[in-house]
Design a protein around this ligand. Sequence first.
Ligand SMILES: *Cc1c(COP(=O)(O)O)cnc(C)c1O
Length: 455
Amino acid sequence: MATHEELRAWDNAHVWHPFAPMQEFRADDTPIIRSAEGFELTDVEGRRYLDGHSSLWCNVHGHRVPEMDQAIRDQLDRVGHSTLLGLSSEVSIELAKQLVDRTPEGLNQVFYSDSGATSVEVALKMAYQYHRQKPGGAEPRDLFVSVAGAYHGDTIGSVSLGGMDIFHATYRDLLFQKLTVPSPVTFRVPDGHDAESWLAHCDAELEKTIVGNADRIAAVVVEPLVQGAAGILVHPEGYLRRVRELTQKHGVLLIADEVAVGFGRTGTMFACDQENVRPDLMCLAKGLTGGYLPLAATLTTDEISEAFLDVPWAGKTFFHGHTYTGNPLGCAAALASLELIDRNDVVGNGRAIGARLADRLTDFAARCTCVGEIRQKGVMCGIELVSEGDSREPFAADKRVGHQVTLAARRRGAVIRPLGDVIVLMPAPAMPVELVDRLCDITFESIEEVVARFT
Ligand SMILES: *Cc1c(COP(=O)(O)O)cnc(C)c1O
């Protein structure tokens, strides 16, 4: 086996890491993970790290969960992969049935793909094509609406919806046109507004955008309840329901991107459940396989799928697919994960540790002057660090305060990942409360260590 030094050198020479400023990344001596157990990752030198971001927001039950591992091994003994192009597969059918049973009533059709981004691409193309083929006559529509600061993935269609300049601005000329509605969050409101007037403005803009362009809008795309990558921005109660009401009233489709929030992250199985919303299309990925394998699904209604039915030569087919669409190993993992979610009441545990996190975060915010805002829904937490709590003034970007906090946490034995200077805690919904406490201890000590350097 290669030594740590060899692996480090080869990693630096050959592996281009996602979302990484590679020049600095190579200097960081990032842990090289070899194995894991429960909620801890172990690197090749034997150091252990609490998995504080659930392996980037996807792990649900921990690592090396015996039931998960066994389900995948059992599937390996049957078949690793067979295609859904021209064939069906046993596990993909069983999983589709389970997903339909658990998602909001009426989402009866499951289209598989491989990642959150592709599940969004599928939803966009379905919505676009639906309007050209829908009963009552074609009505081509050329616009999508998304929320300011949205993140829906990194393929070009998903990037077109995106509103995070740091990720998306470079590609502007490649992207399709969209309309943006303001994000209903109040930590930093534009001059001339207070929180209340800003939320009223967001609501008016939402309505104006939909009403004024209803005949051109294919769909409104939202991250239900929480805009994750924008910094764990929590929408006010009722916003999602309001988007549903307006889209429904004006004949516009609603795409709910539950990639981050699905599978118990916000206190319910799906975020849409909390506002009794049934979107027209729903995107699932990250937690779908319990965080084990890349599998995604786009669910939609019979009404939408029926617009694609006709004789083959009518050209109404949905011409989309990926080689590994509905991969059986991924489906087997997803089935095992759903069973464990039920058996262990993982959603209930997520709510319980969410409550614990809320207590710990409130307590910390009261004693640390560099906490600008705590944002939380279920196990999704963002701690926005500012140079002085009351001023809401960010730290200078070149201090990389968020990044420094993650390095300090790593030395204390936890991996977390910031979004700028928002420290994100995202424990797996099944994490036991003692480990959540340890994650809080490590994070708070790390923040205190780093801000002491800069204030
Ligand atoms: C992570 C994420 C995506 C993209 O998922 P990938 O599997 O990384 O392509 C899409 N939407 C939301 C809301 C996400 O958080």
